[in-house]
Design a protein. Structure first.
Length: 460
């Protein structure tokens, strides 16, 4: 019985200990004196972290005034880009020399120095022609490889249809895609898009030239350029190099200066007929044209293989400016535009001999095709120099913005006249299979409109 009572007491003690939240041994230890208090698990690490953060904040607070008072040092410029970054921070220290170079002051035990900026100039017509010739050679090589791969693809497709083996066809197709991308890059190295907000319909659709209504949405135009910046802009050589180049150039007679004859306005009584916008009927390649500009643009799209789509549209227009505005929307140019112009001009001279007198009176002067308006037209850069006749830069070949292709063609024909090279082979008079709208067609159309008007008015 006593054993039972003792067991109950021990059980009661245990229950009381559990209800108090600590075992009896833990309570005894808590009541006993200790050298230092017990710390929960992880508390020591938190305290160390808090102490480190506090020290870091104190160090930051001590350094803050120093940072606010200190001025960050500007790196010593090494090129034009770093110079202008430094000049943006201190324009009074980083200045320019009288000749336009960059003046760097003495900095951090380094003596002052000058960063020279190279001088640039526009590429000459000869340099542009050379770069175009190189580009055309590359295009011809890629076109040849493309045609070979296209034949291989046809053979591989025939093999696939007969045997089911498609590995060769897939490999050739990949190579064909690569060559096509390379061909596109060579034709137009620079491509970008320009957004036109609600353009007129005639600005987008070539066959709606007179439609002036606007789209209800924006249209993105693809812009291409055949020459890179490095081809259009060249670095000027040193004075010694320029003197050496001048010495190698053919000597010019003392007192003899290059004379220019500018043409562009078809109403000019002296040299207006040389303008591509001159209204004159002639037959070229079995087609009756009404102006040299119309002949060039139609023959251009013919050689590009797009005559069936755009030829009737260009032949329908009589106004040369409208013809050229429509042709600008048809991308692509032929390999040698100068040769096409020479063919057209020779044919024109055989059918209109008065051109011989105009070329003869021009003597040895350089014939230059110039702008008629203030705004430079893209085709004027292609055919002429991209400047007006009264522009001072027109007298300086280095400032021309175009290769003067049309002027060169007229000069080439003038030289062939002296050698009697314009013969009956260039004469193409007689019948023609296609015709532009001539002045006679316009008169007949107007007469028919007037006759119908008076007929309706009489019976009204």
């Amino acid at each position: 019985m006593e054993g039972i009572v003792q067991g109950v007491k021990s059980v009661g003690d245990s229950i009381e200990d559990l209800l108090s939240g600590a075992p009896a041994a833990a309570v005894a230890e808590a009541e006993a004196p200790a050298d230092k208090p017990l710390t929960p698990i992880g508390a020591a690490e938190n305290e160390d972290k808090q102490e480190e953060e506090a020290e870091a904040e104190e160090a930051k607070a001590e350094e803050e005034p120093k940072k606010k008072g200190a001025k960050r040092q500007i790196p010593v410029p090494k090129d034009s880009a770093s110079f202008f970054r430094a000049r943006a921070k201190d324009p009074k220290t980083f200045t320019f020399t009288p000749d336009g170079n960059l003046q760097v002051p003495a900095m951090r035990d380094m003596p002052p120095k000058i960063i020279e900026i190279p001088s640039y100039r526009p590429a000459t017509s000869e340099e542009l022609a050379m770069s175009e010739a190189v580009r055309y050679d590359k295009i011809r090589e890629v076109e040849r490889e493309y045609d070979e791969k296209l034949r291989e693809l046809k053979e591989a497709m025939a093999t696939w249809r007969s045997t089911g083996a498609s590995s060769d066809a897939i490999a050739v197709q990949r190579e064909l895609s690569r060559l096509d991308a390379l061909r596109t890059h060579l034709r137009s190295p620079l491509r970008w898009t320009v957004m036109n907000k609600r353009p007129t319909i005639r600005d987008v659709l070539v066959d709606n030239f007179y439609e002036v209504k606007k789209f209800k949405y924006s249209v993105f135009n693809l812009v291409i350029r055949g020459n890179t910046f490095e081809e259009l802009v060249k670095v000027k050589g040193t004075d010694a190099e320029e003197e050496e180049a001048a010495a190698e150039a053919p000597a010019q007679a003392v007192g003899e200066e290059e004379s220019f004859i500018f043409f562009g306005d078809p109403d000019d009584p002296d040299y207006g007929p040389l303008s591509p916008n001159t209204m004159i009927d002639f037959v070229f390649n079995s087609t009756l044209y009404t102006s040299p500009a119309q002949a060039y643009e139609v023959e251009r799209i013919t050689r590009l293989g797009r005559r069936s789509a755009f030829g009737p549209l260009l032949l329908k227009e009589r106004n040369p400016e409208r013809v050229r505005a429509l042709a600008l929307k048809i991308a692509g140019d032929i390999e040698n535009p100068r040769e096409l112009w020479i063919e057209i001009i020779k044919t024109l001279i055989t059918q209109h001999p008065n051109y011989k007198d105009i070329l003869t009176t021009s003597g040895k002067s350089t014939l230059v095709y110039t702008n008629m308006k203030e705004k430079t037209m893209p085709e004027t850069r292609r055919w002429g120099i991209g400047l007006k006749a009264d522009d001072p830069g027109a007298l300086d070949r280095t400032q021309w913005q175009g290769p003067n292709t049309l002027g060169q063609a007229w000069q080439a024909v003038r030289g062939s006249l002296e050698k009697e090279d314009v013969n009956e082979e260039s004469k193409q008079e007689g019948g023609y299979t296609e015709s532009a709208r001539t002045s006679e067609d316009v008169r007949k159309q107007r007469a028919g409109v007037l006759a119908g008007y008076y007929r309706r008015k009489r019976f009204a």
